[in-house]
Design a protein around this ligand. Structure first.
Ligand SMILES: *[C@@H]1O[C@H](CO)[C@@H](O)[C@H](O)[C@H]1NC(C)=O
Ligand SMILES: *[C@@H]1O[C@H](CO)[C@@H](O)[C@H](O)[C@H]1NC(C)=O
Ligand SMILES: *[C@@H]1O[C@H](CO)[C@@H](O)[C@H](O)[C@H]1NC(C)=O
Ligand SMILES: *[C@@H]1O[C@H](CO)[C@@H](O)[C@H](O)[C@H]1NC(C)=O
Ligand SMILES: *[C@@H]1O[C@H](CO)[C@@H](O)[C@H](O)[C@H]1NC(C)=O
Length: 601
């Protein structure tokens, strides 16, 4: 698809710049060979997978192609790599550069999903700026010419980086890209644009949570954007936001390297299991060195231990900025016992030994005052909607979610309209009231002679639309109230549910556990057509075991009705709102007073 063009660069003369191996002015006295070995091994493995997967990369978007060039060239300039100055990878690199030159529009931008996208082009600029620098310093005859091609694309992209955005983090992406371009090209005009975005102020709360509340964007976009501006333009004050967010990540991470995502307003609110620390690796490293912070150093080392294969990309960062390859300070334990209420997001986190828990009551369906918000019963990018109310990491045994689903007018899962935390007792209270209307005839002043009524607004409960002018109708309400009290016990936590109001409403509790554990006691299997195992806990207490850690749960509430349906907005178009994992279901009926006891062993 992408015809190969001989770039004819190999014969270009190179200036006598230092190779990354030779200590330069900014290189630290001692390099962190322990870390570099991890990064080098991962980077070398990536070269193999790029060679194997090159057709997919070319079939994909330019962002992936640019990233692949970085992933190939970092080992190429790195003396410790098995691909150091290995000319067999250069034809593939040239094929990729050729494609990137052709795919760049006249306005300097690339289409990456979004057409002519400034923020997405920003990702290519990050890679280009690293590539320009590491290739210009490399002493292989072919490096300088390739650096020139990349430098041209970077310069050409500059006007495009003055374009627009869709999301909060995009602003910091553009600022970072403009900072690189400004420094590399020496054009200081770009700083004006950066300052326009920065004048909007950084969207971070006192706890260190950026407004999208999403670990993906903390690590992959916002922190790197701010650090790029701080580093390129000498704005050290921007590092204070990153520092605050890294402290938050420590509090929101578990021992197995998963940063909490239930609060997220972005796609990671889906709670896909897995280590999501690697994006933050370079920032923990940089701030550990800058602050001599042993806890940050421990987080970088933990990431090397938990996800070494995901760190290959950062070899390029350390080659570009050798000061980041300095030996980290000694580790200090980052995971101390604590409990904390994050007020803006209505989340309580607690850690005690190997047990870390989250209690969540802060979706965007409700305002901070507990009122229905304009987003009530809506789902969408940028909104927090995850109905998980409790999570626990007990060593390696993970209870990914407790959710409650009442069979009440397809309103979907229970979501709390607030959160109260008592620091003295460690007790958290959640609750909500569903008030679902039936609509009565309109008063004469609202009647239309042609019988045509407004379709534009959903019902106030957000369930459906009709040409019925709901706003101007009297209503009669059906009501369901849920109160939840989460209390620490000697064995773990008790979740006391009280569901009142409408009677005979079936209620289902969903407990989702990480796959590959084993269930014993108190469980009977049912088939639900899901690819995961589903158990219905009818009686007694069940146990989930993963490795040497276990979680007990119960007791069962009898043979009730298994419910489905995530709410009208979701189910209407076949949405499921299911988590990855094995589920235990507990079923009951209102009026309900039920204590779900959890034990962690
Ligand atoms: C990397 O290369 C340098 C210089 O050849 C050598 O001193 C060092 O031990 C190597 N480190 C690793 C981890 O291979
Ligand atoms: C510097 O950047 C500005 C803004 O994109 C542009 O108008 C100007 O032409 C650039 N200057 C040079 C010398 O390239
Ligand atoms: C479960 O085991 C399978 C097969 O060994 C493995 O591929 C998968 O990653 C495991 N999942 C988890 C969450 O450990
Ligand atoms: C199962 O239940 C029995 C009887 O209550 C108890 O002795 C045993 O420890 C339980 N096993 C597990 C794995 O929880
Ligand atoms: C649960 O099991 C216990 C002990 O086997 C028994 O006494 C009780 O009746 C059972 N309850 C239900 C609801 O089946």
């Amino acid at each position: 698809m992408f015809p190969r063009r001989i770039l004819g660069l190999a014969l270009l003369a190179v200036s006598a710049t230092a190779s990354p191996l030779n200590p330069r002015q900014d290189a630290p006295a001692a390099l962190d060979w322990e870390s570099l070995a991890v990064l080098t091994k991962a980077a070398d493995a990536t070269v193999q997978s790029i060679i194997k997967g090159k057709d997919d990369i070319f079939a994909g978007e330019p962002r992936g192609v640019a990233h692949a060039v970085r992933q190939l060239m970092a080992p190429f300039v790195w003396p410790n790599s098995t691909y150091y100055h290995d000319e067999s990878i250069l034809p593939l690199v040239d094929e990729m550069l050729d494609a990137l030159v052709r795919l760049q529009f006249d306005d300097g931008l690339y289409s990456v999903g979004n057409r002519h996208s400034p923020p997405d082009t920003g990702f290519l600029i990050d890679d280009y700026s690293i590539l320009v620098r590491i290739l210009e310093k490399d002493d292989h005859a072919g490096s300088q010419g390739r650096a020139n091609i990349i430098r041209k694309m970077l310069e050409k992209a500059a006007p495009g980086m003055w374009g627009g955005i869709h999301t909060p983090n995009h602003r910091w992406k553009l600022c970072g890209a403009l900072a690189h371009i400004s420094k590399i090209t020496g054009n200081e005009t770009h700083v004006r644009r950066i300052d326009q975005w920065l004048a909007e102020k950084i969207d971070i709360d006192a706890d260190g949570i950026y407004s999208e509340r999403s670990p993906i964007y903390y690590g992959a976009v916002t922190n790197p954007g701010l650090i790029s501006v701080a580093h390129e333009l000498g704005r050290p004050e921007l590092r204070s936001y990153v520092r605050r967010n890294l402290e938050l990540i420590i509090e929101h991470a578990s021992h197995i390297g998963e940063i909490e995502t239930i609060i997220s307003r972005r796609q990671d609110q889906r709670q896909s299991p897995g280590v999501n620390l690697p994006d933050s690796y370079p920032h923990f490293r940089e701030m550990a060195l800058e602050d001599k912070n042993g806890r940050f150093a421990a987080m970088a080392r933990l990431t090397e231990k938990l996800a070494p294969s995901k760190l290959g990309d950062y070899l390029a960062n350390l080659i570009e900025r050798p000061e980041l390859a300095a030996v980290l300070p000694a580790s200090e334990e980052p995971f101390v016992d604590f409990d904390k209420h994050y007020n803006t997001v209505r989340l309580v986190r607690a850690r005690k030994g190997k047990l870390t828990t989250s209690v969540f009551g802060g979706t965007d369906w409700y305002t901070a005052d507990g009122e229905q918000s304009p987003f009530f019963n809506r789902f969408g990018s940028g909104l927090s909607t995850n109905p998980t109310i409790f999570r626990a990491w007990n060593g390696e045994a993970v209870l990914d979610a407790i959710r409650m689903l009442p069979n009440f007018f397809t309103m979907g899962h229970f979501r709390s309209s607030g959160l109260q935390y008592d620091k003295e007792t460690g007790v958290t209270k959640l609750g909500n009231v569903f008030e679902v209307p039936y609509f009565l005839p309109m008063e004469p002043e609202h009647l239309q002679a042609d019988g045509v009524y407004d379709l534009s607004r959903a019902t106030p409960d957000g369930r459906f639309y009709a040409m019925l002018d709901f706003e101007n109708r009297p209503k009669s309400l059906r009501r369901l109230q849920t109160d939840v009290t989460v209390s620490p016990t000697t064995a773990g936590y008790d979740l006391e549910f009280e569901v009142t109001g409408e009677e005979d409403v079936e209620v289902m509790f969903e407990l989702t556990f990480r796959t590959n554990g084993t269930f014993t006691n108190g469980t009977t299997t049912t088939t639900t057509g899901s690819s995961y195992e589903t158990f219905h806990l009818v009686n007694g207490t069940g146990t989930y075991t993963f490795g040497k850690d276990s979680i007990t749960f119960g007791s069962g509430l009898g043979k009730g009705v298994i419910l489905g349906g995530a709410g009208e907005q979701y189910s209407w178009m076949n949405g499921k709102l299911e988590l990855v994992g094995d589920q235990v279901l507990i079923t009951g009926k209102t009026p309900l007073k039920y204590t779900l006891s959890l034990g962690f062993h």
